[in-house]
Design a protein around this ligand. Structure first.
Ligand SMILES: Nc1ncnc2c1ncn2[C@@H]1O[C@H](COP(=O)(O)OP(=O)(O)OP(=O)(O)O)[C@@H](O)[C@H]1O
Ligand SMILES: [Mg+2]
Length: 347
């Protein structure tokens, strides 16, 4: 479709001739069907969907002008899996095209809406916790200082055992408070960033700390993005470290982490339609996120790991939000995927 406005739509549009051949497609169609416009145009429209007799009938009748419009659910192959879509077929009488097909991807919209809601809740919780952390910071400093003074005055050295407990627990709280305040600690510093350099940095850090293999599946055509690289390293590191920790703890046979980069087009993120979004997926073959916390892994203080604070993912989500992006999670035993989505241009 030559006119650009169609290419801004998240909805897939196909224009058909009288024989049911797709003569024009917009850029959302390329993304949905995983084919270039050149591959789509000239093909029978029905062949783009999984076999569906009812849909074939509707398209045929719409092209002949014997059906005005019809809406039905169909399936398309999308990245090696089957995806439900809503298809509206409209007959176009007296126009250069015989019919129009509009395809809306039901699943991605539902996932994005749900993730969006969760991200917003987390934002509220995080703000609350951050205020609390701020309030705790000062008395904590006073507490630690007083324990040190007390220790110096103690008549019996054996009593220092107690002041040491106060000091070390105060330090533990201090680091928790610092992590809570971290995302806002310094102003955003936006630069031109190479996504794969960030991935490599995180791989090096994780491989040095854990014995796990990290496989790379990079999209070589990945453009540079405008982002705060330290924040992205932190976010990705939090996600990859989790995977490494889970694999180690569960003693998974042949533990494997894969970092996959891709470009997605026409994605709705934080209520904005983005032309291009960079996706960095972290996939592991561990036991999966515990069922009882699947809905709240991104919430602060949610953890199933011994010694975990439950802040890693909520911080990562926060850092992505600061870039106008989002993290999604899909997990089942044997395959867990965390997908970091970053708009090409910061919002
Ligand atoms: N790849 C994964 N596979 C299985 N479970 C995971 C995975 N990533 C995260 N989780 C679960 O989600 C929980 C929350 O993760 P998060 O990073 O927020 O906190 P944490 O790792 O427990 O502590 P922290 O990161 O603050 O040290 C983890 O405790 C773990 O149970
Ligand atoms: Mg963690």
């Amino acid at each position: 479709m030559s006119s650009d406005p169609y290419d801004l739509l998240a909805t897939t549009i196909l224009l058909l001739d009288r024989d049911g051949v797709a003569v024009q497609a917009n850029s959302a169609a390329e993304n949905l069907f995983g084919k270039s416009r050149r591959q789509i145009e000239g093909q029978m429209a029905i062949a783009l969907f999984e076999q569906d007799a009812a849909l074939a009938q509707s398209i045929l009748h719409a092209c002949e002008g014997t059906l005005e419009s019809c809406r039905q659910i169909a399936k398309v192959q999308h990245q090696a899996s089957s995806r439900e879509v809503s298809v509206t077929t409209v007959s176009l009488l007296g126009q250069p095209w015989a019919a129009l097909i509009e395809v809306a991807d039901l699943e991605s919209r539902l996932i994005v809406d749900r993730t969006q809601r969760i991200a917003e809740q987390i934002q509220v919780q995080h703000d609350l916790l951050r205020n609390l952390a701020h309030e705790v910071k000062n008395p904590l400093g006073g507490l630690r200082g007083a324990a040190q003074l007390l220790e110096a005055e103690l008549p019996d050295r054996r009593l220092t055992e107690y002041t040491q407990v106060i000091i070390s627990e105060a330090d533990r709280l201090q680091s928790l408070v610092d992590r809570l305040a971290a995302p806002q600690a310094r102003p955003m510093q936006i630069d031109t960033v190479n996504v794969h350099e960030i991935c490599e940095r995180v791989c090096a850090l994780v491989q040095a700390e854990f014995g796990v293999q990290v496989a790379r599946d990079y999209d070589a055509s990945m453009p540079d993005i405008q982002a705060d690289s330290a924040r992205l390293v932190q976010a990705l590191l939090n996600v990859v470290r989790n995977a490494a920790q889970v694999l180690e703890q569960a003693q998974t046979a042949d533990p494997m982490i894969t970092i996959r980069t891709r470009i997605a087009r026409q994605v709705l993120l934080q209520r904005r339609q983005h032309r291009m979004v960079v996706e960095v997926a972290v996939i592991d073959n561990g036991p999966g996120v515990a069922l009882d916390i699947q809905d709240k892994v991104f919430h602060p203080l949610v953890t199933r790991r011994e010694g975990g604070t439950g802040l890693g993912l909520s911080l990562a989500q926060d850092l992505l939000q600061q870039h106008g992006g989002l993290i999604e999670m899909e997990s089942s035993p044997g395959r867990t995927e965390f997908k970091l989505m970053i708009p090409l241009e910061p919002s």
